[in-house]
Design a protein around this ligand. Structure first.
Ligand code: PLP
Length: 355
């Protein structure tokens, strides 16, 4: 049976990414060797790394003021690398969920952290909009998409200080004005590649302003100076990222992906709003296009596990909600085809008809 993969992360990748990566694991770039057993300093792998960084720049329209690097160990490492490299005296953070609060906790190790607003008291069901950011902040950190709670920042806040953003679960899903950011980072396993690497977009002139010593591996400048090859990068995830980026380009780039993402999210939210069994958990205007969170209405609550089973019998995988929200979460990343969302919507309709 065809599987429809709605996992939140690691999550669905394009068939193009998986096939080409599998082929390179057997025979990489005609070398007769596996991608996993070739020097990262071979000309074949350097070409992969260079093309991946160049394609990321092209797709996101990244200005020459910024550099792109791939770093091992995921988004959580960036929670500390961002303040390590950029927080001199004070930074401001917006608390919109579990990941945002983890970023805040790490930043506090490096200086004064002002949490300008939080939606924690409402279990992070909305994005706070009424706040001011101190103009003497070194940066203002936001989490553009809250993977666990299904909210997304649809309008980037107008503030007088540079932005820093965790875009782990919505990078490449919509256009970004990179010039507004000192740093953007994303763990690869939501919208790019297998786990093990993060993509970091960094404004070069934002670096070198902190006085603390920075260990080499945590120093953005060192990774930039070494063309993202200071140490052995996670070669397989970087190779897979390149395949995904090529596929994004082939799909028509970011605007085309955004259009598809809007279509997919619309058909699912429309069904959640129409179906008497279900309701969405996020504030309507803050609904994420990537992670759609919904629960069963109170009078049908006891049917949640039955729906999960019903869905899995139709090949629908990974829709169980995160424990802090409950219910369901359907993740609709770039590689998710509209036809799979239609299968989920059909299942919701036919389940309702059987009640
Ligand atoms: C998944 C996720 C993370 C954590 O990523 P790791 O690579 O596991 O460290 C951080 N932020 C957001 C928004 C996420 O979705």
């Amino acid at each position: 049976m065809k599987k429809h993969n709605f996992y939140a992360g690691p999550s669905i990748l394009s068939e193009y990414t998986i096939k080409n990566t599998a082929a390179a694991v057997e025979n990489f770039a005609g070398t007769g060797l596996s991608l996993m057993e070739v020097s990262h300093r071979s000309k074949e792998f350097i070409a992969v790394s260079d093309e991946a960084r160049a394609l990321a720049k092209e797709l996101l329209d990244i200005p020459s003021s910024h550099e792109v690097i791939f770093l091992g160990s995921g988004a959580s490492m960036q929670f500390c690398m961002v303040p390590y490299n950029l927080l001199n005296t004070k930074a401001s953070y917006l608390d919109t969920g579990t990941w945002a609060s983890k970023a805040i906790k790490e930043a506090r190790l490096f200086g004064e952290v002002e949490v300008v607003a939080s939606s924690k008291e409402a279990n992070y069901t909305y994005i706070p909009k009424d706040y001011t950011v101190a103009p003497d902040s070194d940066y203002f950190h936001i989490t553009t998409n809250n993977t666990i709670f299904g909210t997304e920042i649809h309008r980037i806040p107008e503030v007088s200080v540079p932005l820093a953003a965790d875009m782990s679960s919505d990078i490449f899903s919509r256009p970004v004005d990179v010039s507004k950011y000192s740093v953007i980072y994303a763990g690869a396993q939501k919208n790019l590649a297998p786990a093990g690497v993060a993509i970091v977009i960094i404004r070069k002139d934002a670096l070198g302003k902190v006085s603390r010593p920075i260990p080499s591996m945590l120093n953005y400048q060192i990774h930039i100076d070494n063309d993202s090859m200071f140490n052995t990068p996670p070669v397989l995830p970087v190779f897979a990222a390149l395949q995904t980026l090529r596929w994004y380009k082939e799909q028509g780039g970011i605007p085309a992906l955004q259009k598809k993402n809007m279509e997919k999210a619309t058909i699912l939210y429309d069904e959640i709003d129409r179906n008497r069994l279900f309701k969405g958990t996020a504030a309507t205007e803050d609904r994420s296009l990537m992670n759609v969170c919904f629960v069963m209405n109170d009078e049908y609550k006891e049917l949640e596990s039955a729906f999960n089973t019903y869905a899995s019998e139709r090949g629908i995988v990974g829709i169980k909600g995160h424990r802090s929200v409950g219910g369901f979460r359907a993740s609709l990343y770039n590689a998710m085809p509209k036809s799979s969302v239609e299968v989920l919507v059909e299942a919701m309709k036919s389940f309702e008809n059987n009640i």
